[in-house]
Design a protein around this ligand. Structure first.
Ligand code: FBP
Length: 547
Protein backbone atom coordinates (compact mmCIF):
# COMPACT_ATOMS: atom_id res chain seq x y z
CA UNK A 1 0.00 0.00 0.00
CA UNK A 2 1.52 3.38 -1.00
CA UNK A 3 1.77 5.75 1.96
CA UNK A 4 2.04 9.50 2.45
CA UNK A 5 4.88 10.98 4.51
CA UNK A 6 2.42 11.69 7.31
CA UNK A 7 1.14 8.11 7.27
CA UNK A 8 4.69 6.79 7.56
CA UNK A 9 5.53 9.10 10.45
CA UNK A 10 2.20 8.39 12.10
CA UNK A 11 2.61 4.61 11.90
CA UNK A 12 5.55 4.91 14.28
CA UNK A 13 3.51 6.76 16.92
CA UNK A 14 3.03 4.76 20.12
CA UNK A 15 -0.41 5.60 21.53
CA UNK A 16 -0.54 6.57 25.17
CA UNK A 17 -2.32 4.40 27.72
CA UNK A 18 -3.69 5.20 31.18
CA UNK A 19 -0.90 4.37 33.62
CA UNK A 20 -3.08 1.72 35.27
CA UNK A 21 -2.80 -0.37 32.10
CA UNK A 22 0.90 -0.12 31.36
CA UNK A 23 2.12 -2.82 33.76
CA UNK A 24 0.38 -5.57 35.69
CA UNK A 25 -3.31 -4.88 36.10
CA UNK A 26 -5.82 -5.83 38.76
CA UNK A 27 -9.58 -5.40 38.63
CA UNK A 28 -11.56 -3.62 41.35
CA UNK A 29 -15.28 -4.21 41.50
CA UNK A 30 -17.79 -1.62 42.69
CA UNK A 31 -21.31 -2.05 44.00
CA UNK A 32 -24.24 -3.63 42.16
CA UNK A 33 -25.84 -1.25 39.64
CA UNK A 34 -29.33 -0.41 38.40
CA UNK A 35 -30.45 0.68 34.93
CA UNK A 36 -31.09 4.41 34.43
CA UNK A 37 -34.85 3.76 34.26
CA UNK A 38 -37.41 0.95 33.98
CA UNK A 39 -35.38 -1.20 36.39
CA UNK A 40 -37.93 -4.00 36.89
CA UNK A 41 -38.56 -4.60 33.18
CA UNK A 42 -34.88 -4.49 32.28
CA UNK A 43 -33.96 -6.81 35.12
CA UNK A 44 -36.51 -9.32 33.80
CA UNK A 45 -35.13 -9.10 30.26
CA UNK A 46 -31.48 -9.46 31.36
CA UNK A 47 -31.53 -11.91 34.27
CA UNK A 48 -27.85 -12.84 33.76
CA UNK A 49 -26.30 -9.47 32.98
CA UNK A 50 -28.39 -7.04 35.03
CA UNK A 51 -27.04 -5.29 38.10
CA UNK A 52 -23.35 -6.12 37.50
CA UNK A 53 -20.84 -3.82 39.24
CA UNK A 54 -18.88 -1.03 37.59
CA UNK A 55 -15.26 -2.20 37.42
CA UNK A 56 -12.01 -0.26 37.39
CA UNK A 57 -8.48 -1.35 36.53
CA UNK A 58 -5.56 -0.51 38.77
CA UNK A 59 -1.84 -1.06 38.54
CA UNK A 60 -0.44 -3.83 40.72
CA UNK A 61 2.94 -5.37 41.48
CA UNK A 62 1.52 -8.87 41.12
CA UNK A 63 1.72 -10.54 37.77
CA UNK A 64 -1.15 -12.85 36.81
CA UNK A 65 -1.18 -15.82 34.46
CA UNK A 66 -3.72 -15.56 31.70
CA UNK A 67 -4.58 -18.50 29.46
CA UNK A 68 -4.36 -17.96 25.69
CA UNK A 69 -7.71 -16.93 24.22
CA UNK A 70 -9.18 -16.49 20.74
CA UNK A 71 -11.11 -13.24 20.39
CA UNK A 72 -13.40 -11.95 17.61
CA UNK A 73 -13.97 -8.30 16.70
CA UNK A 74 -16.69 -6.53 14.70
CA UNK A 75 -16.97 -2.94 13.47
CA UNK A 76 -20.62 -1.93 13.33
CA UNK A 77 -22.38 1.01 11.65
CA UNK A 78 -20.96 4.27 10.33
CA UNK A 79 -17.20 4.78 10.17
CA UNK A 80 -15.54 6.84 12.92
CA UNK A 81 -11.88 7.88 13.16
CA UNK A 82 -9.88 5.59 15.44
CA UNK A 83 -11.61 2.25 14.85
CA UNK A 84 -8.34 0.64 13.73
CA UNK A 85 -6.71 1.69 16.97
CA UNK A 86 -9.41 0.00 19.05
CA UNK A 87 -8.51 -3.19 17.20
CA UNK A 88 -4.76 -2.53 17.64
CA UNK A 89 -5.23 -1.92 21.39
CA UNK A 90 -7.29 -5.09 21.68
CA UNK A 91 -4.64 -7.05 19.78
CA UNK A 92 -1.77 -5.71 21.91
CA UNK A 93 -3.82 -6.22 25.08
CA UNK A 94 -4.63 -9.89 24.48
CA UNK A 95 -1.06 -10.58 23.26
CA UNK A 96 0.40 -8.96 26.35
CA UNK A 97 -1.69 -11.19 28.57
CA UNK A 98 -0.72 -14.25 26.59
CA UNK A 99 1.30 -14.14 23.34
CA UNK A 100 -0.53 -17.26 22.11
CA UNK A 101 -3.87 -15.41 22.03
CA UNK A 102 -5.35 -14.81 18.58
CA UNK A 103 -7.65 -12.19 17.08
CA UNK A 104 -10.22 -12.73 14.30
CA UNK A 105 -12.03 -9.90 12.51
CA UNK A 106 -15.53 -10.48 11.17
CA UNK A 107 -15.85 -8.75 7.82
CA UNK A 108 -18.19 -5.95 6.77
CA UNK A 109 -19.97 -5.55 10.07
CA UNK A 110 -22.18 -7.85 12.15
CA UNK A 111 -23.23 -9.62 8.93
CA UNK A 112 -19.72 -11.15 8.89
CA UNK A 113 -20.49 -13.09 12.07
CA UNK A 114 -23.79 -14.39 10.76
CA UNK A 115 -22.38 -15.24 7.32
CA UNK A 116 -19.13 -16.70 8.72
CA UNK A 117 -17.06 -14.18 6.85
CA UNK A 118 -13.85 -13.50 8.75
CA UNK A 119 -10.08 -13.21 8.66
CA UNK A 120 -7.39 -13.70 11.27
CA UNK A 121 -5.75 -10.42 12.23
CA UNK A 122 -2.06 -11.09 12.52
CA UNK A 123 0.66 -8.66 13.62
CA UNK A 124 1.56 -7.65 10.04
CA UNK A 125 -2.06 -6.72 9.28
CA UNK A 126 -2.46 -4.79 12.55
CA UNK A 127 0.82 -2.91 11.99
CA UNK A 128 -0.34 -1.78 8.57
CA UNK A 129 -3.34 0.02 10.12
CA UNK A 130 -2.00 1.49 13.38
CA UNK A 131 -3.09 5.12 13.95
CA UNK A 132 -4.93 5.28 10.62
CA UNK A 133 -8.47 6.43 9.91
CA UNK A 134 -11.13 4.29 8.27
CA UNK A 135 -12.61 0.89 8.98
CA UNK A 136 -11.10 -0.79 5.93
CA UNK A 137 -9.01 -3.32 7.89
CA UNK A 138 -12.15 -5.46 8.21
CA UNK A 139 -14.91 -3.19 6.88
CA UNK A 140 -18.18 -2.24 8.56
CA UNK A 141 -21.87 -2.74 7.95
CA UNK A 142 -25.31 -1.93 9.29
CA UNK A 143 -26.79 -5.44 9.64
CA UNK A 144 -28.71 -5.51 12.92
CA UNK A 145 -27.64 -8.37 15.15
CA UNK A 146 -30.87 -8.95 17.05
CA UNK A 147 -32.47 -12.27 16.22
CA UNK A 148 -31.93 -15.62 17.95
CA UNK A 149 -31.26 -17.30 14.59
CA UNK A 150 -28.44 -14.82 13.95
CA UNK A 151 -27.00 -15.41 17.42
CA UNK A 152 -27.09 -19.20 16.88
CA UNK A 153 -25.57 -18.92 13.41
CA UNK A 154 -22.83 -16.71 14.87
CA UNK A 155 -22.15 -19.19 17.64
CA UNK A 156 -21.41 -21.90 15.06
CA UNK A 157 -18.42 -19.96 13.70
CA UNK A 158 -17.32 -18.79 17.15
CA UNK A 159 -17.21 -22.43 18.23
CA UNK A 160 -15.44 -23.52 15.06
CA UNK A 161 -12.72 -20.90 15.63
CA UNK A 162 -12.66 -21.55 19.40
CA UNK A 163 -13.48 -17.86 19.99
CA UNK A 164 -14.33 -17.23 23.63
CA UNK A 165 -14.93 -13.48 23.49
CA UNK A 166 -16.39 -11.07 20.98
CA UNK A 167 -15.82 -7.30 20.91
CA UNK A 168 -18.48 -5.23 19.14
CA UNK A 169 -17.43 -1.69 18.27
CA UNK A 170 -20.55 0.36 17.60
CA UNK A 171 -23.06 3.04 18.50
CA UNK A 172 -25.98 2.91 20.93
CA UNK A 173 -28.01 0.37 18.94
CA UNK A 174 -25.06 -1.94 18.26
CA UNK A 175 -24.07 -1.83 21.93
CA UNK A 176 -27.66 -2.56 22.97
CA UNK A 177 -27.60 -5.57 20.66
CA UNK A 178 -24.17 -6.58 22.00
CA UNK A 179 -25.71 -6.74 25.46
CA UNK A 180 -28.68 -8.78 24.23
CA UNK A 181 -26.14 -11.15 22.67
CA UNK A 182 -24.11 -11.29 25.91
CA UNK A 183 -27.28 -12.15 27.82
CA UNK A 184 -28.28 -14.84 25.34
CA UNK A 185 -24.86 -16.51 25.24
CA UNK A 186 -24.73 -16.46 29.04
CA UNK A 187 -28.24 -17.92 29.29
CA UNK A 188 -27.32 -20.91 27.11
CA UNK A 189 -23.84 -21.28 28.63
CA UNK A 190 -22.27 -20.72 25.23
CA UNK A 191 -18.95 -19.83 26.82
CA UNK A 192 -18.60 -16.59 24.79
CA UNK A 193 -18.16 -13.23 26.49
CA UNK A 194 -19.39 -10.09 24.68
CA UNK A 195 -17.86 -6.65 25.24
CA UNK A 196 -18.88 -3.35 23.56
CA UNK A 197 -16.90 -0.22 22.67
CA UNK A 198 -18.50 3.24 22.27
CA UNK A 199 -18.18 4.47 18.67
CA UNK A 200 -19.95 7.18 16.67
CA UNK A 201 -18.98 10.54 15.26
CA UNK A 202 -22.48 11.71 16.24
CA UNK A 203 -21.37 11.89 19.89
CA UNK A 204 -24.76 10.69 21.16
CA UNK A 205 -23.48 7.61 22.97
CA UNK A 206 -22.43 9.16 26.27
CA UNK A 207 -23.64 9.37 29.83
CA UNK A 208 -22.32 9.67 33.38
CA UNK A 209 -20.01 6.70 32.82
CA UNK A 210 -19.10 7.03 29.14
CA UNK A 211 -17.68 10.51 28.62
CA UNK A 212 -17.57 10.47 24.84
CA UNK A 213 -17.84 8.15 21.87
CA UNK A 214 -14.71 7.83 19.79
CA UNK A 215 -14.49 9.59 16.44
CA UNK A 216 -16.47 12.65 17.56
CA UNK A 217 -13.29 14.56 18.38
CA UNK A 218 -11.58 14.01 15.02
CA UNK A 219 -14.69 14.40 12.87
CA UNK A 220 -15.57 17.73 14.53
CA UNK A 221 -12.00 18.97 14.13
CA UNK A 222 -12.06 18.13 10.42
CA UNK A 223 -15.41 19.87 9.88
CA UNK A 224 -14.29 22.87 11.95
CA UNK A 225 -11.14 23.21 9.89
CA UNK A 226 -13.15 23.33 6.66
CA UNK A 227 -15.84 25.62 8.07
CA UNK A 228 -13.05 27.91 9.30
CA UNK A 229 -11.61 27.98 5.78
CA UNK A 230 -15.01 28.82 4.36
CA UNK A 231 -15.43 31.59 6.94
CA UNK A 232 -12.09 33.08 5.97
CA UNK A 233 -13.10 32.90 2.33
CA UNK A 234 -16.43 34.59 2.89
CA UNK A 235 -14.84 37.21 5.11
CA UNK A 236 -12.44 37.93 2.24
CA UNK A 237 -14.90 38.09 -0.66
CA UNK A 238 -17.87 39.33 1.39
CA UNK A 239 -20.51 38.14 -1.04
CA UNK A 240 -21.80 34.71 -0.01
CA UNK A 241 -23.89 33.19 2.73
CA UNK A 242 -22.80 29.59 3.28
CA UNK A 243 -25.45 27.12 4.43
CA UNK A 244 -23.55 24.19 5.93
CA UNK A 245 -25.27 20.98 6.95
CA UNK A 246 -23.35 18.80 9.41
CA UNK A 247 -23.79 15.08 10.08
CA UNK A 248 -25.50 13.76 13.16
CA UNK A 249 -28.43 11.43 12.49
CA UNK A 250 -30.47 12.88 15.34
CA UNK A 251 -28.45 14.75 17.99
CA UNK A 252 -26.88 18.16 17.22
CA UNK A 253 -23.62 17.55 19.14
CA UNK A 254 -21.48 17.91 16.00
CA UNK A 255 -23.10 21.21 14.98
CA UNK A 256 -22.75 22.53 18.54
CA UNK A 257 -19.09 21.49 18.86
CA UNK A 258 -18.26 23.05 15.48
CA UNK A 259 -20.07 26.24 16.49
CA UNK A 260 -18.01 26.42 19.68
CA UNK A 261 -14.85 25.97 17.60
CA UNK A 262 -15.55 28.37 14.71
CA UNK A 263 -18.01 30.96 16.11
CA UNK A 264 -20.32 31.08 13.08
CA UNK A 265 -23.04 33.70 12.55
CA UNK A 266 -25.81 31.16 13.02
CA UNK A 267 -26.07 27.61 14.30
CA UNK A 268 -29.41 25.86 14.69
CA UNK A 269 -29.70 23.27 17.47
CA UNK A 270 -32.45 20.73 16.78
CA UNK A 271 -33.08 19.94 20.44
CA UNK A 272 -33.81 23.63 21.12
CA UNK A 273 -36.14 23.83 18.11
CA UNK A 274 -38.11 20.89 19.44
CA UNK A 275 -38.17 22.11 23.05
CA UNK A 276 -39.50 25.52 21.95
CA UNK A 277 -41.94 23.99 19.47
CA UNK A 278 -40.52 26.06 16.62
CA UNK A 279 -41.95 25.83 13.11
CA UNK A 280 -39.98 25.80 9.89
CA UNK A 281 -41.09 29.40 9.37
CA UNK A 282 -39.75 30.40 12.81
CA UNK A 283 -36.31 29.06 11.84
CA UNK A 284 -36.42 30.74 8.44
CA UNK A 285 -37.46 34.04 10.03
CA UNK A 286 -34.63 33.86 12.57
CA UNK A 287 -32.03 33.26 9.86
CA UNK A 288 -33.50 36.00 7.63
CA UNK A 289 -33.45 38.47 10.53
CA UNK A 290 -29.76 37.89 11.17
CA UNK A 291 -29.03 38.26 7.45
CA UNK A 292 -31.07 41.49 7.28
CA UNK A 293 -29.31 42.89 10.35
CA UNK A 294 -25.88 42.12 8.96
CA UNK A 295 -26.94 43.68 5.65
CA UNK A 296 -27.52 46.97 7.48
CA UNK A 297 -23.72 47.11 7.88
CA UNK A 298 -23.20 45.84 4.31
CA UNK A 299 -22.12 42.47 5.71
CA UNK A 300 -23.86 40.42 3.04
CA UNK A 301 -21.98 37.26 4.00
CA UNK A 302 -21.83 34.70 6.74
CA UNK A 303 -22.21 31.09 7.83
CA UNK A 304 -25.20 29.06 8.95
CA UNK A 305 -24.61 25.65 10.57
CA UNK A 306 -27.48 23.19 10.28
CA UNK A 307 -27.60 19.81 12.04
CA UNK A 308 -28.46 16.93 9.74
CA UNK A 309 -31.35 15.71 11.89
CA UNK A 310 -33.10 19.11 12.12
CA UNK A 311 -36.07 18.28 9.96
CA UNK A 312 -37.25 15.53 12.32
CA UNK A 313 -37.07 17.85 15.34
CA UNK A 314 -39.42 20.45 13.91
CA UNK A 315 -42.66 19.23 15.47
CA UNK A 316 -44.82 19.92 12.38
CA UNK A 317 -42.29 18.27 10.04
CA UNK A 318 -42.02 15.32 12.40
CA UNK A 319 -45.73 14.73 12.07
CA UNK A 320 -45.53 15.03 8.26
CA UNK A 321 -42.59 12.59 8.10
CA UNK A 322 -44.36 10.10 10.38
CA UNK A 323 -47.43 10.17 8.13
CA UNK A 324 -45.25 9.85 5.02
CA UNK A 325 -43.42 6.85 6.56
CA UNK A 326 -46.75 5.08 7.13
CA UNK A 327 -48.12 6.11 3.77
CA UNK A 328 -45.10 4.78 1.89
CA UNK A 329 -45.03 1.59 3.95
CA UNK A 330 -48.67 0.84 3.09
CA UNK A 331 -48.51 2.02 -0.55
CA UNK A 332 -45.65 -0.18 -1.73
CA UNK A 333 -46.52 0.47 -5.39
CA UNK A 334 -45.77 4.21 -4.92
CA UNK A 335 -42.50 3.91 -6.85
CA UNK A 336 -44.41 2.64 -9.87
CA UNK A 337 -46.61 5.76 -10.02
CA UNK A 338 -45.52 8.07 -12.84
CA UNK A 339 -43.00 10.60 -11.44
CA UNK A 340 -45.12 13.55 -12.60
CA UNK A 341 -48.10 12.20 -10.60
CA UNK A 342 -46.30 11.29 -7.37
CA UNK A 343 -46.64 14.73 -5.77
CA UNK A 344 -50.40 14.86 -6.42
CA UNK A 345 -50.80 11.31 -5.14
CA UNK A 346 -49.05 12.14 -1.87
CA UNK A 347 -51.04 15.32 -1.34
CA UNK A 348 -54.33 13.48 -1.95
CA UNK A 349 -53.47 10.87 0.70
CA UNK A 350 -52.11 13.12 3.45
CA UNK A 351 -54.19 14.66 6.24
CA UNK A 352 -55.19 18.29 5.64
CA UNK A 353 -52.49 19.90 7.85
CA UNK A 354 -49.67 17.70 6.61
CA UNK A 355 -50.77 18.14 2.98
CA UNK A 356 -50.54 21.92 3.46
CA UNK A 357 -46.99 21.67 4.84
CA UNK A 358 -45.97 19.27 2.08
CA UNK A 359 -47.34 21.63 -0.59
CA UNK A 360 -45.42 24.57 0.89
CA UNK A 361 -42.04 22.80 0.58
CA UNK A 362 -39.71 23.42 -2.36
CA UNK A 363 -40.38 20.57 -4.80
CA UNK A 364 -36.83 19.16 -4.52
CA UNK A 365 -37.15 18.71 -0.76
CA UNK A 366 -40.71 17.40 -1.01
CA UNK A 367 -39.38 14.76 -3.40
CA UNK A 368 -36.47 13.90 -1.11
CA UNK A 369 -38.93 13.23 1.71
CA UNK A 370 -40.45 10.43 -0.35
CA UNK A 371 -37.17 8.73 -1.28
CA UNK A 372 -36.31 5.18 -0.19
CA UNK A 373 -36.52 4.50 3.54
CA UNK A 374 -33.73 2.91 5.59
CA UNK A 375 -34.11 -0.73 6.75
CA UNK A 376 -36.28 0.52 9.66
CA UNK A 377 -38.70 2.42 7.42
CA UNK A 378 -37.28 5.82 8.42
CA UNK A 379 -36.51 8.69 6.11
CA UNK A 380 -32.75 8.94 5.41
CA UNK A 381 -32.05 12.41 6.75
CA UNK A 382 -28.54 12.60 5.28
CA UNK A 383 -30.19 12.64 1.84
CA UNK A 384 -32.51 15.56 2.55
CA UNK A 385 -30.95 18.81 1.49
CA UNK A 386 -32.06 20.84 4.50
CA UNK A 387 -29.38 23.41 3.71
CA UNK A 388 -31.07 24.08 0.34
CA UNK A 389 -34.55 24.00 1.85
CA UNK A 390 -33.62 26.68 4.37
CA UNK A 391 -31.69 28.92 2.00
CA UNK A 392 -34.48 28.71 -0.56
CA UNK A 393 -37.11 29.71 2.02
CA UNK A 394 -34.84 32.41 3.48
CA UNK A 395 -34.32 33.80 -0.04
CA UNK A 396 -38.06 33.98 -0.59
CA UNK A 397 -38.60 35.72 2.76
CA UNK A 398 -35.87 38.27 2.08
CA UNK A 399 -37.34 38.99 -1.38
CA UNK A 400 -40.69 39.65 0.28
CA UNK A 401 -39.11 41.92 2.94
CA UNK A 402 -37.23 43.70 0.18
CA UNK A 403 -40.52 44.43 -1.61
CA UNK A 404 -41.96 45.70 1.67
CA UNK A 405 -38.89 47.90 2.11
CA UNK A 406 -37.81 46.05 5.25
CA UNK A 407 -34.57 44.68 3.87
CA UNK A 408 -31.85 46.19 1.74
CA UNK A 409 -29.04 43.84 0.83
CA UNK A 410 -27.77 41.13 -1.48
CA UNK A 411 -28.39 37.51 -0.70
CA UNK A 412 -26.40 34.89 -2.51
CA UNK A 413 -26.23 31.41 -0.97
CA UNK A 414 -23.83 28.47 -1.35
CA UNK A 415 -24.44 25.01 0.09
CA UNK A 416 -22.29 22.35 1.72
CA UNK A 417 -22.81 19.07 3.50
CA UNK A 418 -19.96 17.82 5.71
CA UNK A 419 -20.17 14.29 7.00
CA UNK A 420 -18.37 11.67 4.94
CA UNK A 421 -15.31 13.97 4.74
CA UNK A 422 -14.60 13.48 8.44
CA UNK A 423 -15.64 9.94 9.24
CA UNK A 424 -12.42 8.27 8.08
CA UNK A 425 -9.92 11.02 8.83
CA UNK A 426 -6.62 10.11 10.47
CA UNK A 427 -7.54 10.15 14.17
CA UNK A 428 -6.50 13.14 16.26
CA UNK A 429 -4.08 12.48 19.10
CA UNK A 430 -7.07 12.35 21.41
CA UNK A 431 -8.87 9.68 19.38
CA UNK A 432 -5.63 7.81 18.67
CA UNK A 433 -4.94 7.42 22.40
CA UNK A 434 -8.57 7.05 23.46
CA UNK A 435 -9.31 4.30 20.93
CA UNK A 436 -6.13 2.37 21.67
CA UNK A 437 -6.98 2.56 25.38
CA UNK A 438 -10.56 1.40 24.76
CA UNK A 439 -9.25 -1.65 22.87
CA UNK A 440 -6.77 -2.39 25.66
CA UNK A 441 -9.54 -2.09 28.25
CA UNK A 442 -11.70 -4.51 26.24
CA UNK A 443 -8.81 -7.02 26.43
CA UNK A 444 -8.56 -6.52 30.22
CA UNK A 445 -12.33 -7.04 30.62
CA UNK A 446 -12.08 -10.25 28.62
CA UNK A 447 -9.11 -11.47 30.66
CA UNK A 448 -11.16 -10.90 33.80
CA UNK A 449 -14.07 -12.98 32.53
CA UNK A 450 -16.50 -10.08 32.02
CA UNK A 451 -19.47 -10.10 29.66
CA UNK A 452 -22.27 -7.57 29.04
CA UNK A 453 -19.86 -4.66 29.65
CA UNK A 454 -18.83 -1.62 27.66
CA UNK A 455 -15.17 -0.59 27.76
CA UNK A 456 -14.83 2.76 29.48
CA UNK A 457 -12.06 5.33 29.75
CA UNK A 458 -12.83 8.34 31.93
CA UNK A 459 -11.20 11.55 33.13
CA UNK A 460 -10.47 12.20 29.46
CA UNK A 461 -9.79 15.93 29.81
CA UNK A 462 -6.63 15.02 31.75
CA UNK A 463 -3.47 13.65 30.13
CA UNK A 464 -3.88 10.01 28.98
CA UNK A 465 -1.65 8.75 31.80
CA UNK A 466 -4.32 9.96 34.27
CA UNK A 467 -7.26 8.42 32.43
CA UNK A 468 -9.39 5.98 34.41
CA UNK A 469 -9.86 2.60 32.74
CA UNK A 470 -12.72 0.27 33.52
CA UNK A 471 -15.93 -1.36 32.40
CA UNK A 472 -19.56 -0.31 32.66
CA UNK A 473 -22.33 -2.93 32.71
CA UNK A 474 -24.33 -2.12 29.58
CA UNK A 475 -27.69 -2.72 31.28
CA UNK A 476 -26.86 0.22 33.55
CA UNK A 477 -27.27 2.59 30.57
CA UNK A 478 -30.60 1.18 29.42
CA UNK A 479 -34.20 2.26 29.53
CA UNK A 480 -37.31 1.17 27.68
CA UNK A 481 -38.21 3.16 24.56
CA UNK A 482 -40.67 2.83 21.71
CA UNK A 483 -38.79 1.77 18.57
CA UNK A 484 -40.66 0.99 15.36
CA UNK A 485 -43.90 0.54 17.22
CA UNK A 486 -42.46 -1.79 19.89
CA UNK A 487 -41.31 -1.08 23.45
CA UNK A 488 -37.65 -2.17 23.63
CA UNK A 489 -34.75 -2.03 26.08
CA UNK A 490 -32.18 0.35 24.58
CA UNK A 491 -29.18 2.40 25.65
CA UNK A 492 -30.50 5.89 26.28
CA UNK A 493 -29.45 8.18 23.43
CA UNK A 494 -27.78 11.40 24.58
CA UNK A 495 -29.25 14.42 22.82
CA UNK A 496 -27.86 17.94 23.38
CA UNK A 497 -28.62 18.87 26.99
CA UNK A 498 -30.17 22.33 26.95
CA UNK A 499 -29.06 22.77 30.56
CA UNK A 500 -25.54 21.58 29.86
CA UNK A 501 -22.44 23.76 29.76
CA UNK A 502 -21.70 23.40 26.02
CA UNK A 503 -25.16 24.64 25.01
CA UNK A 504 -25.08 27.39 27.65
CA UNK A 505 -21.69 28.59 26.36
CA UNK A 506 -23.14 28.75 22.86
CA UNK A 507 -26.28 30.65 23.97
CA UNK A 508 -24.16 33.14 25.90
CA UNK A 509 -22.32 34.07 22.70
CA UNK A 510 -24.56 33.47 19.74
CA UNK A 511 -26.08 36.95 19.45
CA UNK A 512 -22.61 38.46 19.44
CA UNK A 513 -21.40 35.99 16.82
CA UNK A 514 -24.52 36.63 14.68
CA UNK A 515 -23.97 40.32 14.15
CA UNK A 516 -20.26 40.75 14.67
CA UNK A 517 -17.84 38.82 12.52
CA UNK A 518 -16.02 36.87 15.21
CA UNK A 519 -15.01 33.88 13.16
CA UNK A 520 -12.33 31.53 14.49
CA UNK A 521 -10.21 29.61 11.98
CA UNK A 522 -9.08 26.43 13.79
CA UNK A 523 -6.82 25.12 11.00
CA UNK A 524 -6.03 21.46 10.33
CA UNK A 525 -5.56 18.79 13.01
CA UNK A 526 -1.94 18.74 14.15
CA UNK A 527 -0.33 15.47 15.16
CA UNK A 528 3.12 16.72 16.15
CA UNK A 529 3.97 19.90 18.04
CA UNK A 530 3.06 21.71 21.23
CA UNK A 531 0.55 19.87 23.40
CA UNK A 532 -1.91 22.79 23.49
CA UNK A 533 -2.10 22.57 19.69
CA UNK A 534 -2.13 18.78 19.32
CA UNK A 535 -3.81 17.25 22.33
CA UNK A 536 -6.85 19.39 23.18
CA UNK A 537 -10.00 17.32 23.62
CA UNK A 538 -13.25 18.65 22.12
CA UNK A 539 -14.72 21.84 23.56
CA UNK A 540 -17.86 19.86 24.39
CA UNK A 541 -15.86 17.50 26.59
CA UNK A 542 -13.94 20.32 28.23
CA UNK A 543 -17.11 22.28 29.02
CA UNK A 544 -18.98 19.19 30.20
CA UNK A 545 -16.15 18.31 32.55
CA UNK A 546 -16.11 21.86 33.87
CA UNK A 547 -12.88 22.99 32.17
P1 FBP B 1 -23.36 5.64 13.41
O1 FBP B 1 -24.42 6.10 14.34
O2 FBP B 1 -23.50 4.25 12.95
O3 FBP B 1 -21.98 5.89 13.99
O4 FBP B 1 -23.41 6.53 12.08
C1 FBP B 1 -23.73 7.87 12.15
C2 FBP B 1 -23.71 8.55 10.81
O5 FBP B 1 -22.41 8.96 10.48
C3 FBP B 1 -24.68 9.73 10.84
O6 FBP B 1 -24.03 10.90 11.22
C4 FBP B 1 -25.26 9.72 9.45
O7 FBP B 1 -26.59 10.17 9.46
C5 FBP B 1 -25.23 8.27 9.06
O8 FBP B 1 -24.17 7.70 9.78
C6 FBP B 1 -25.03 8.06 7.59
O9 FBP B 1 -25.14 6.70 7.33
P2 FBP B 1 -24.53 5.94 6.08
O10 FBP B 1 -23.08 5.74 6.36
O11 FBP B 1 -25.23 4.63 6.09
O12 FBP B 1 -24.74 6.77 4.87
Amino acid sequence: MAKSALQIARAAYQPKLPKSLTGNVRICEGKATESVADQEEIKKLFPNTYGLPVVQFEATEDAADYPAINVGVILSGGQAPGGHNVIAGLFDGIKKMNPESRLFGFLLGPGGLVDHNYKELTADIIDEYRNTGGFDMIGSGRTKLEKKEQFDKGLEILKALNIKALVIIGGDDSNTNACVLAEYYKSINAGVQVIGCPKTIDGDLKNDMIETSFGFDTACKVYSEVIGNIQRDCNSARKYWHFIKLMGRSASHIALECALQVQPNICIISEEVEANNRSLDDIVTYIAEVIAKRAEHSDNFGTVLIPEGLIEFIPAMKSLIAELNDLLATNTDFIHIKKSHQREFIISKLSKDNAAIYESLPSLVAKQLTLDRDPHGNVQVSQIETEKLLSDMVGRKLAQWSEEGKYVGKFSALHHFFGYEGRCAAPSNFDTNYCYSLGYVAAALIANGKTGYMASVRNTVAQPEEWIAGGIPTTMMMNIERRNGEMKPVIKKALVDLNGNPFKAFVANRDKWAIGTEFVYPGPIQYFGPSEVCDQPSKTLQLEQGK
